[in-house]
Design a protein around this ligand. Structure first.
Ligand code: FPP
Length: 271
């Protein structure tokens, strides 16, 4: 039944031998400043449809290609020893796309989980889905629960997959949770501080986003991690997501290495 549902979304992700986790001394990491890495990188994987159309293919071909790229970027994030990698797989607004594309994406995420589950687990990845998971098809919810359960004690990269995710929706759900606690007399309005809000968001347990990458050339936030990117460095890559290689990812990391982050303050030499 599920295989039938998967339909054309079945993809052939490369096996373990295709792109291994790069080692610390890999040429890929040449020039990386290991003492100044982002703890949390978030990625808006944009440009799949345009990439596919440019080659005379249907949009969904771009999404399949994008899933393969995601696998390599996750491996690179592991090699860099990042604490968190959060990717935007499906937004609360993406439901307005044609039903065939929506179904394809649901099936693609399901297929990715099924195929990658064991390998991600062996790589010590801790997967977590953020967003309104209850709004996803039952078969996908079930696979998500399985994957999260399997990897819940892993200590490697926190891999957050934003699915049926919207930054505003996340805040609404967090505020509703907090309001219930106030209503029940567990906390008072004065207890509503930054930390409580962060603990009530889907990304609870992750550091704030340090680096936000968007591929595909647009310069928009698109309702992604609105609270968490407060002081993130923004990096726009012109290439569409299916062409975003580990090398492109490392280029963004190296640019981050050189950014002057002041968090609203001044550098010591300017005081
Ligand atoms: C935006 O590109 C991309 C999406 C809405 C889907 C992202 C999904 C993947 C990369 C698939 C892999 C994800 C997982 C978790 C397996 P777009 O097609 O809207 O770009 P466009 O601007 O060219 O139309």
């Amino acid at each position: 039944m599920i295989n039938k549902l998967l339909g054309k979304a079945v993809m052939t992700l490369a096996g373990r031998d295709d792109f291994a986790i790069p080692k610390h001394d890999s040429p890929l990491f040449e020039g990386v400043d290991w003492d100044n890495l982002p703890r949390h990188v978030a990625v808006i994987m944009d440009g799949n449809g345009r990439w596919a159309n440019a080659q005379g293919q249907v949009r969904t071909v771009g999404h399949s290609a994008g899933a393969k790229v995601l696998k390599n970027i996750l491996k690179t994030a592991i090699g860099l020893n990042l604490e968190s990698l959060t990717v935007y797989a499906f937004s609360t607004e993406n439901w307005t796309r044609p039903a065939t594309e929506v179904k394809f994406l649901m099936n693609l995420i399901y297929g990715y989980l099924k195929q990658e589950l064991q390998e991600m687990h062996e790589d010590n990845v801790r997967i977590h889905f953020i967003g309104d998971i209850a709004g996803l098809p039952d078969y996908l919810q079930e696979e998500i629960r399985k994957a999260e359960e399997l990897m819940k004690n892993n200590t490697g990269v926190k891999f957050n997959v934003a699915t049926n995710y919207g930054g505003q929706d996340e805040m609404i759900r967090a505020i509703q949770k907090i309001a219930v606690s106030v209503q029940n007399g567990e906390i008072t309005p004065a207890d509503i501080q930054k930390e409580l809000i962060e603990d009530s968001l889907d990304t609870c347990g992750n550091p704030p986003v340090d680096l936000l990458i968007r591929t595909g050339g647009d310069h928009r936030l698109s309702n992604f991690l609105l609270w968490q990117v407060a002081y993130a460095e923004f990096y726009s890559a012109e290439v569409p997501w299916p062409e975003f290689s580990p090398k492109c990812f490392v280029k963004a990391i190296k640019e981050f290495n050189n950014r002057d982050r002041r968090f609203g303050g001044l550098n010591d030499d300017k005081k």
